[in-house]
Design a binder for this molecule. Structure first.
Ligand code: DOR
Ligand code: ZN
Length: 350
């Protein structure tokens, strides 16, 4: 007897372990989309100016909670932006007071608003040692910024030049390699015995570099780390659907208005908060792994972060293609939604 195809799937409410919410009018426009499906999210601190101190993180958390639509129970898990001047005591206090869940490491110049990031990794060693001592995770943007390193190699080179040495010097530090894009990163995570996990975005499971560059340049597919060759995308899908507890969802949904993206030097970032769960259901179904979706979106992340899984559930239902907006009007301009390039048959039941 052949198994009936799955058309309905109830899973624990998912969390987003890497999210950009911005501030002000953009925050108000995008927060409802995340709060609709997700229970919690790790909130990236790359505002202008960045969220560096416990005090700034608490104030940003309060602005997020204020912008939350009535009746939604979304919990922002705040991060501190690591600089060479970060005070280990401030980080420890933020963690103990429940203000900050993690610290974010941006190599200086790696991406949007990363100018205050780290140049000399030895300078932040005292902070990393303190974090290892208190069990606070470090979220890492894993790309070197050297102009002589090809942009498609920057993640793999970062692993060898920066991440391996840091993890050797501070082995008890709990690291999350954010938005991995290469088979090299997948292998590196798989080969480690502890204190290493990785988030994978929705869009990196769907697009490769051809989607950005073949047949005309597509600014809405441009993000950092940039999507790589198809063999890397396949490695990411295999990791995501494998059930391996070290891989979990971090959408890296990163809203920029169309005018900010569509210009001679356009911003990096893809906006997926609104259709991520539908996209993921398609990816997991195509891989014959719908049963592993819950581990990826709802179980592996809390497990690594040492948090309980969400009590509530959501139900995904397969049917006619779902309609979702291609553009969202925000108070600061139009925002284009990620187009996966195929119809989405899975919707989250209201
Ligand atoms: O594409 C990206 N956009 N990658 C990042 O690392 C940052 C993000 C943003 O903040 O726009
Ligand atoms: Zn990001």
């Amino acid at each position: 007897m052949t198994a009936q195809p799955i058309t309905r799937l109830t899973i624990r409410r998912p969390d987003d372990w890497h999210l950009h919410l911005r501030d002000g009018a953009m925050l108000e426009a995008v927060l409802p989309h995340s709060a609709e499906h997700f229970g919690r999210a790790i909130i990236m601190p790359n505002l202008v100016p960045p969220v560096v101190t416990a005090e700034q993180a608490a104030a940003y958390r309060d602005r997020i909670l204020k912008a939350l639509p009535e009746g939604k129970s979304f919990k922002p898990l705040m991060t501190l932006y690591l600089t060479e001047n970060t005070d280990p005591a401030d980080v420890a206090r933020a963690h103990a007071d429940g203000i900050a869940t993690a610290v974010k490491l941006y190599p200086a110049g790696a991406t949007t608003n990363s100018a205050s990031g780290v140049r000399d990794f030895d300078k932040v060693r005292p902070v990393l040692e303190k974090m290892a001592e208190i069990g606070m995770p470090l979220c890492v943007h894993g790309e070197v910024t050297d102009s002589d390193i090809d942009i498609f190699d920057r993640e793999a080179v970062f692993i060898d030049r920066v991440l391996r040495p840091i993890r050797k010097k501070v082995p008890e530090l709990k690291v999350v390699m954010e938005h991995v894009t290469t088979a090299d990163a997948v292998d590196y995570v798989r080969d480690s015995s502890k204190n290493l996990a990785a988030t994978i975005t929705t869009h990196h499971l769907i697009i490769n570099r051809n989607h950005i560059l073949a047949g005309g340049i597509k600014p809405h597919f441009y993000c950092l780390p940039v999507a790589k060759r198809e063999k890397h995308r396949i490695a990411l899908v295999q990791a995501a659907v494998s059930g391996d507890k070290r891989f979990f969802l971090g959408t890296d949904s990163a809203p920029h208005t169309d005018p900010a993206k569509l210009q001679p030097c356009g911003c990096a970032g893809i906006y997926t908060s609104i259709n991520t769960m539908s996209c993921l259901a398609e990816v997991f179904e195509a891989a014959g792994a719908l049963k592993e979706l819950e581990a990826f979106t709802s179980l592996n992340g809390p497990r690594y972060y040492g948090l309980p899984v969400n009590e509530e559930t959501i139900t995904l239902v397969k049917g006619d293609p779902v309609a979702y907006p291609t553009t969202i009007e925000t108070g600061v301009g139009p925002l284009t939604v990620f187009d996966p390039g195929f119809p989405l048959h899975w919707r989250v039941e209201a």
